[in-house]
Design a protein around this ligand. Structure first.
Ligand code: CUK
Ligand code: CUA
Length: 627
């Protein structure tokens, strides 16, 4: 411990000197941005800027952003879509949370998607990542983890709604999540962070040395756990290579401790590398145990499926360089980022070299490196949590310096505000990294915005990295807590304008209607089935197909609304007053919600999504006869 502290102090001093040195250039950058642009300048440049060169984040009214940004919402449980570079929030996608606008978590369709966790209304989403083909985003899915409830969800990018959710068995707290990049995203990979007894049934409380965590491999299409791999130590973040061969996870708490002191005693922890081919071969050969319906492989130290590469203790972020050469493990408690040379992993798995032989460099950057992003010019950008800075450094120069050459690999340090966690460059986790924009997700905003009470927003900062110098160009307050984001060029995205009538999200509701002899596109009907009542109605602005219906007190009422409008952007809603029942019904969608009619009398229902000049009049009455 003591030695480690001295090291950190020493680096701290150097870092202070560097901060002075680089402070000047950072100031010049900030000054240039702070100078107000004239209206004429904006008008002349807005269009070009929005579609081509980075520089100004200004996107004029009516102009479109060049990129989609997908943001996690942390313990708000959602995913958000922002336009980049304007940083305008375009949409929220409720996933692990409950949302009263869309009815997510309330409607029958969303409850079916949430499945065994439909009763859970909270979550903690950290890592949104898009499916890829040949190392490029393919615009199909975004995957997101729920650390709080050990779930993974899938968002369909054609409708920008969550369509699958899965509670991962045998592990606790899904944290790091990424996708297989090459040849395509067959698998979503994610880490079980907290170690637990391997049969966690309450009989194994007092033997923490036997607790384990697992690496989880999920089939992205079939949406099931393909297999799990038991590891030694705690897993944190993960990423995949660009060859379709290896996954790598940072691993802290190699001590298997259960309190802070025990978790940080060892000088080194690990990066665990998983061989996909070896894991798949082991599954084929039947070398697995079944646990709660999942095939579980043993990848603990000494296994042929994994290799443990020692790195300075408690590494955090794991990022693959877009040229496919390196896994970068971010030191957190160490002021370094460890670069692992991916080309050497074959030899490591064949036992021709030692684990540490794969280390291309341990790059000294500053205090608290958490995550690294890359541009297309060989530079890396690492967040320094404790220094409140982003360090821009050149990867090949850093390797030269590590090998004893006298080169300055640090290109710039930029102050950010404050304490950054993740950062992300435009398309930087794909082959298409374009070196235009960098987002710094700062955990604290402190003095940057009007004070809004003891709870302050966080601060997402937009940095122009298209020139030689990083330039801070925008501060964006955000609600808790974007851990991570990713930036996708708009050419990759093709979202639908309307729902299609055969969409799988409401197929079961349509099947229920068919059983009831109801054609939801034509009929407005009440079906009574004992104490269960199903009310089918259409909606066309500004009318519901049914103006009144009658039920008995205590009935379980399911209202199914089909929006027949074919007009882009005309979403209706359904809200039954005093029943906590409300939902979105998109154009050409069917949605349903179930509640107990427990109050006798007249209850108005109304359309709660503004749809028409007569939107206020779009309502009807439910008559509840007393029991
Ligand atoms: S973790 Cu939050 S700052 Cu969950 Cu990706 Cu590093
Ligand atoms: Cu329909 Cu408002």
């Amino acid at each position: 411990m003591k030695k480690e502290n001295q090291e950190i102090e020493k680096v701290g001093l150097e870092s202070e000197e560097r901060r002075k040195f680089f402070g000047k250039s950072a100031l010049i950058g900030a000054g240039a941005v702070a100078a107000p642009m004239t209206a004429a300048m904006f008008a002349a440049t807005a269009k070009a800027k929005a579609t081509e060169a980075a520089g100004s984040p200004h996107v004029g009214p009516g102009d479109l952003d060049e990129y989609y940004g997908f943001w996690s919402g942390g313990h708000s449980g959602e995913v958000r879509i922002l336009g980049i570079p304007s940083m305008r929030e375009l949409m929220r996608i409720p996933v692990f949370n409950t949302d009263s606008a869309t009815g997510w978590g309330l409607t029958n369709e969303s409850k079916r998607i949430k499945g065994d966790s439909a009763h859970i209304h909270a979550g903690d989403s950290h890592h949104p990542h898009m499916s890829m083909t040949d190392g490029s985003y393919n615009g199909k899915y975004v995957f997101i983890n729920d650390k709080a409830n050990t779930r993974v969800a899938r968002i369909r990018c054609d409708v920008m709604k969550c369509d699958k959710m899965l509670t991962v068995p045998n592990v606790q707290a899904i944290h790091g999540l990424r996708v297989q990049k090459v040849p395509y995203t067959k698998y979503v990979i994610c880490n079980g962070e907290f170690e637990v007894p391997l049969v966690n049934d309450g009989t194994d409380m007092n033997n923490p040395k036997a607790y384990r965590s697992m690496f989880n491999v999920i089939d992205a299409e079939k949406w099931e756990v393909a297999f799990q791999v038991i590891v030694s130590g705690n897993l944190d973040n993960t990423d995949a290579d660009y060859d379709g061969k290896y996954f790598a996870s940072t691993c802290y708490n190699s001590e298997n401790g259960v309190n802070l002191g025990e978790m940080i005693t060892a000088e080194r922890d690990h990066v665990v590398v998983f061989s996909l081919a070896r894991c798949e071969a082991a599954i084929k050969a039947g070398k697995y145990k079944m646990m709660n319906g999942v095939k579980v492989l043993d990848g603990q130290k000494g296994s042929e499926l994994t290799r443990y590469i020692p790195v300075p203790k408690s590494p955090h972020g794991m990022n693959t360089s877009p040229n496919g050469k390196y896994f970068a493990a971010n030191g957190k408690l160490s002021p370094t980022v460890s670069l692992i040379e991916i080309a050497k992993l074959d030899a490591l798995f064949d036992n021709k070299i030692k684990p540490r032989d794969t280390i291309a460099a341990e790059v000294e950057l500053g205090l608290g490196p958490l995550h690294t992003a890359f541009d297309n010019k060989g530079n890396a950008y690492t967040t320094l949590f404790l220094d409140s800075q982003i360090a821009k450094w050149n990867v090949e120069d850093a390797i030269k310096a590590y090998n004893g050459e006298k080169v300055n690999y640090i290109r710039q340090k930029l102050d950010v505000h404050y304490q950054p966690g993740h950062n992300h460059t435009s398309a930087g986790e794909t082959r298409d990294a374009d070196g235009k924009w960098l987002i710094s997700l700062c955990k604290f905003s402190k003095d940057r915005f009007l004070p809004v009470g003891p709870l302050r927003p966080e601060n997402d900062q937009l940095i122009d990295i298209s020139g030689d110098e990083m330039k801070l160009v925008h501060d964006g307050p955000t609600y808790a807590e974007p851990h991570d984001c990713m930036i996708v060029h708009r050419s990759k995205m093709k979202p639908n304008k309307l729902w299609t009538r055969d969409d799988a999200i409401f197929a079961e509701t349509i099947a229920m209607a068919k059983k009831d002899g109801v054609n939801v596109e034509m009929d407005n009907k009440v079906i009574r089935d004992g104490k269960k009542v199903r009310v089918y109605m259409t909606s066309v602005a500004p009318n519901f197909g049914m103006n009144e219906f009658t039920v008995n007190q205590g009935d379980e009422v399911t209202v199914v609304v089909t929006n027949l409008d074919q007009v882009e952007d005309v979403t209706h809603g359904f809200c039954m007053t005093n029943h906590g029942a409300q939902m979105e019904v998109g154009p050409q969608a069917t949605a349903s919600i179930t509640f107990i009619a427990d109050k006798p009398g007249v209850q108005w229902y109304y359309c709660n999504w503004f749809c028409h000049a007569l939107h206020m009049e779009m309502r009807g009455r439910m008559l509840v006869k007393p029991a």
